[in-house]
Design a protein around this ligand. Structure first.
Ligand code: GRF
Length: 207
């Protein structure tokens, strides 16, 4: 079985991209990163790709046309690299309906809260603290046009501590994302995810 080809979309630090790359390098993930896309030319995470000679594609926000045009350019780049699964790993833009339709059921996102709590924004750990919840966590879900509302694959809880700051909580959540995102991709690669409506069932491993 050939490894599935991933297109990873980032906007910044890229620690989730690194977690995917390291899982592949440990042979824990039957995948290969075929393309890394960033909407910021200065995203530090691009270095993880360059250090491994993985092709990168930058579509700077605001630099080239409108969102529809930029996301069309991303689609073309992903198709040219034969990408099977798109992974939003710290990507900070809403994908256009055309993009989502073209990759329906083949886009994953990681979000730093237990959805549906604290979806739709870029400050979920801070919002969780402000709200006073005692447990937060991360959610890996399929992307649909409903922002942060697509079918949920995995969630990992993280306790909120009395002395947490938005940064300390975000860092503990991030540690869980680094495990849950590669795990979700592995389940997808193994053909073990079955989506029925909003529910995603994880099928047992083949013996
Ligand atoms: C992650 O917590 C992700 O859920 C959120 O932004 C963070 C990205 O981190 N959207 P990184 O760029 O993967 O290090």
């Amino acid at each position: 079985m050939r490894p599935i080809r991933l297109g990873v979309l980032i906007s910044g630090r890229g620690s989730n991209l690194l977690a995917i790359l390291e899982a592949i390098e440990r042979q824990d993930l039957p995948a290969e990163v075929a393309l890394v896309v960033s909407n910021r030319a200065q995203a530090p995470g691009l270095e993880f790709a360059r250090a491994r000679a993985i092709p990168t594609f930058v579509v700077e926000r605001g630099a080239r046309g409108d969102r529809a045009e930029r996301h069309q350019a991303v689609r073309t780049a992903l198709e040219a690299r034969g990408v099977d699964l798109v992974v939003c790993a710290g990507w900070d833009e809403i994908l256009t309906p055309e993009f989502v339709a073209a990759h329906a059921g083949r886009i994953l996102n990681t979000h730093p809260s237990l959805l549906p709590a604290f979806g739709g924004g870029l400050h979920a750990p801070a919002d969780a603290l402000t709200h006073g919840v005692k447990v937060s966590g991360c959610t890996i879900h399929f992307v649909t046009d409903d922002v942060d509302g697509g079918p949920i694959v995995l969630q990992r809880p993280v306790p909120v501590l009395d002395d947490d700051t938005p940064e300390s909580l975000a860092n503990r959540i991030l540690t869980q994302e680094h495990r849950a995102l590669p795990e979700t991709i592995r389940l997808y690669a193994e053909g073990r995810l079955r989506t029925e409506g909003r529910r995603v069932y994880i099928l047992p491993a083949e013996r």
